[in-house]
Design a protein around this ligand. Structure first.
Ligand code: NAD
Length: 425
């Protein structure tokens, strides 16, 4: 571990639980360390020509573990990407693909973009959706050129994440001309999958209903929900829960929030956000993130970014349960407080795995022009999610540990077996 000390990439929640799970499974210390450590980290500077100016963006590609299949994980474009976070997210992908029982490993790419700087440089006023789209597409186009062979040879199969979407994935396909080289492609692009775009939000809504039923003894009808983030995951998740009769009372995004104790009109909010690039200004009642986290609701769903619930925030949470739609929204300290307070949590590696399960389908079927129906994709997501959720719930009850810890223990056992069989350890 000394080797990684200065990078500070091993002092994280997943590492903490991999260690405890690994010990319970009887693994040796060096085996646990091999599961924790990334196989490869590429740190790069991406030179892009955007609207006549040449810009350099720092980025990182973490290829964490490929014992169970090609490295798999999204491309993140955000103003706060760093090495430690990207390694943690890649590690979570290794655990997520293992608990979902799909044949991928884990990876992640992060690129830092200072939006404030770019708005000033190009003399634009925020929020300019079209300007941001040009920047994101150009960045991914240059990234695809730089890592063409990595993608084309299926060494690492990327997908959308925070700040990227289907259009950016089409640019990767343009470079590789291989439909299996990237997942999350838009409708009509060779190898696209019906339902992929909605899959993470759909899966998260499904698991929220299961959680309400199994852990909170509640029906979705009339349950109250608060959501942080209204992007791909948050908006689809809100849509499906709303259609099933849940009352979404609070939502925030990067710019502001909306509150309505009688339930927010989700279809109208989706239309509003599409036009304005934010939910800010919808309805009359504003809501801050701080207020959102302390709403008295049945389920709180962080669906934006990581590390938003630390020990201080955790003390004020009044929700009966939490579903982690975002990756790593609760810090390790926050998790300790939440555990002490007896609030059950569905961990990210289960709650948001609908996307990667759909990606498995997209990857496997990429050469077939016979499209599956969206409903069939959703039913595969439900089957895999249900299995991971019930297995983790059962183990958490048996060992009296939280579900984040039990899910990681199951994943560690699977990753360990594959690593052993491939003589990685
Ligand atoms: P997105 O870029 O489409 O949307 C992100 C949303 O979060 C936006 O509404 C943005 O305004 C909001 N946001 C960002 N920072 C915020 C902050 N500090 N406070 C409040 N709101 C904030 O991203 P997405 O694809 O919806 O991803 C959301 C989360 O889900 C991420 O953690 C991502 O890693 C995770 N995830 C996404 C997928 C996927 O398929 N897109 C799959 C698995 C996990």
């Amino acid at each position: 571990m000394n080797f990684y000390y200065n990078l500070n990439i091993h002092n994280t929640r997943s590492v903490y639980y991999i260690k405890s799970g690994g010990k319970r499974l009887g693994l040796r210390e060096e085996e646990i360390e091999a599961i924790i450590s990334p196989q490869e980290i590429r740190i790069f500077r991406l030179s892009c020509k955007i609207l006549g100016k040449t810009l350099n963006f720092p980025g990182i590609m973490c290829l964490h573990n490929d014992a169970r299949g090609p490295y798999k994980g999204g491309i993140r474009i955000s103003n706060d990407v760093d090495i430690a976070e990207t390694v943690e997210l890649a590690r979570l992908m290794t655990l997520k693909t293992a608990i979902s029982d799909i044949e991928f490993g884990g990876g992640k790419t992060g690129i830092t973009v200072d939006w404030n700087y770019l708005y000033k440089l190009y003399d634009r006023r925020p929020i300019d959706i079209q300007f941001e789209k040009i920047v994101r597409l150009d960045i991914v186009e240059y990234l695809a050129q730089m890592y063409r062979d990595t993608f084309k040879n299926h060494i690492y199969v990327p997908a959308p994440d925070l700040g990227t979407g289907p259009e950016e994935m089409a640019f990767i396909y343009n470079e590789t001309l291989d439909p299996a080289s990237v997942t999350g492609k838009p409708e009509g692009v060779h190898g696209w999958l019906p339902g992929r775009r909605e899959s993470t939000g759909y899966g998260c809504a499904f698991i929220t209903k299961k959680f309400l039923q199994e852990c909170l003894d509640r029906d979705v009808q009339g349950s109250t929900i608060a959501i942080q983030g209204f992007g791909n995951v948050g908006s689809h998740l809100a849509k499906y829960l709303h259609e099933d009769g849940a009352k979404i009372v609070g939502i925030t995004d990067l710019y502001g929030g909306v509150y309505n104790e009688n339930g927010i009109d989700i279809p109208a909010l989706i239309e509003y956000a599409k036009k304005n690039g934010t939910i800010l200004g919808f309805g009359s009642s504003n809501l801050t993130n701080e207020e959102l986290f302390s709403l008295s609701v049945d389920v709180l769903i962080p669906a934006a970014t990581g590390n938003v619930i630390n020990s201080e925030v955790a003390k004020n949470i009044k929700a009966k349960g939490i579903v982690e739609a975002a990756n790593n929204p609760i810090t390790l300290d926050g998790m300790h407080v939440i555990e002490e307070r007896g609030i059950p949590v569905v961990p990210d590696i289960i709650a948001n795995s609908g996307g990667v399960i759909a990606s498995m389908e997209e990857y496997s079927r990429s050469l077939s022009a016979l499209k599956v129906k969206k409903e069939d994709v959703f039913s595969i997501i439900e089957e895999k999610l249900q299995q991971g959720f019930m297995d983790s719930l059962k183990l958490s009850k048996e060992l009296n540990i939280n579900m984040c810890e039990s899910a990681i223990q199951i994943a560690v056992e699977r990753v360990y077996m594959a690593m052993k069989n491939r003589r990685y350890i």
